[in-house]
Ligand binder design. Structure first.
Ligand code: TYM
Length: 333
């Protein structure tokens, strides 16, 4: 790999990859790939913190790889791999568990939310999830972690753990920075726009899956919840405007137009026309991705070659950091 700064990020193969995942994370990976050495994984270890169907998990993991590539991530230029194929992630996670406090983990909002949503399965993995995520990032001496807003708290705890470890043992880990897009860092549910768009939402109308039929995508946007005021205006923090704010943000993220220019373009227009335009813009954004996905996902050999090569390269890099950690803590290496 050339001597560039390093990016690490990933998506869990735990559901349908949504427009939120794309705009909040994957789209930025594509934009950043020239400037950085990038390592992107399918985070299967994380996904089993919530019960998964084994056959589906396997299929979703491979589909996710095909989707990364279909979205424009160049597999020649970047390292793409399955998290569980690199033994270092689980191993470093164990070590870092011993340098993370219960109190820190108890403050994580994602843990609190997921405990509420999966009250019958509040497992230890769900609790220590951020430590595994910190391990993912720190193993590669990562400079930048492009994620959506909901993951920023996990990047903060990753930095805290790394600083604590470095404070005891010297400079072992690079301290990473989080990176969020200007528009699309938090895409909201189409049905309850004060809630984040989530791939595990029970109501499929609430999210757009990158693999939905294009006409289904258009329908979902056209039936997005808005308000009765009838004014296309962006009002940050105004809950009654949450639906319109969200659609304006989505349009801004997919077209690259600023929020201000969208608001002035639609001033005086009705919600019907506006929604139809948002629907069209999203469909046109997803159409080529979908076509590419349909092609690549059939080619099992192509995908296998990529993830095998990725695992080898990722493991080689990660083992260097893991070995350093083992030496520092006093293991016989
Ligand atoms: P996950 O799989 O929930 O989401 C993947 C990425 O999509 C972003 N995202 C969103 N962005 C905008 N609007 C939304 N509604 C939305 N929903 C999700 C997430 O912020 C994320 O960037 N813990 C991570 C996976 C992970 C990881 C890592 C990421 C594991 N280890 C190391 C970076 C580095 C997660 O659950 O993402």
């Amino acid at each position: 790999m050339e001597n560039k700064k390093i990016i690490f990020s990933g998506v869990q193969p735990s559901g349908n990859v949504t427009l939120g995942n794309y705009l909040g994370a994957i789209k930025n990976w594509v934009d950043l790939q020239e400037e950085y050495n990038c390592i992107y994984a399918m985070m299967d270890l994380h996904s089993i913190t919530v019960r998964q169907n084994p056959q589906e998990l396997k299929k979703k993991t491979l589909d996710l790889l095909a989707l990364y590539i279909a979205c424009g991530i160049d597999p020649e230029q970047n390292i793409l791999f399955v998290q569980s194929h690199n033994h270092c992630h689980a191993e470093l996670s164990w070590v870092l568990n011993c340098y993370t406090y219960m109190g820190e983990l108890q403050r994580m909002t994602q843990f609190k939310d997921k405990s509420k949503n999966h009250a019958d399965n509040i497992n230890a993995g769900l609790f220590t999830y951020p430590v595994l995520m910190a391990s993912d990032i720190l193993l590669y001496q990562t400079d930048l972690v492009p994620v959506g807003k909901d993951q920023m708290q996990h990047i903060e705890i990753c930095r805290d753990i790394a600083e604590r470890f470095n404070g005891i043992y010297g400079d072992v880990f690079k301290i990473p920075e989080g990176f969020m897009p200007k528009a699309g860092a938090k895409v909201m549910s189409l049905q309850e726009p004060t809630k984040k768009m989530s791939k595990s939402d029970e109501n499929p109308k609430a999210y757009i899956s990158m693999l939905d039929d294009l006409n289904v995508i258009a329908k979902k946007i056209k039936s997005a919840v808005t308000d009765s005021e009838g004014i296309i205006e962006y009002r940050e923090g105004d809950e009654t405007k949450a639906g319109i704010n969200n659609l304006i943000t989505i349009l801004s993220a997919v077209t690259g137009k600023s929020i201000e220019s969208i608001v002035s373009e639609y001033s005086g227009k009705g919600y019907g026309d506006f929604k139809a335009d948002v629907a069209e813009a999203v469909v046109e954004c997803i159409r080529p991705i979908r076509a590419e996905f349909d092609k690549i996902s059939q080619d099992k050999k192509y995908l296998t070659d990529i993830y095998e090569d990725g695992a080898m390269k990722a493991t080689r890099i990660a083992e260097r950091t893991l070995k350093k950690v083992y030496k520092k803590v006093g293991f016989v290496v």
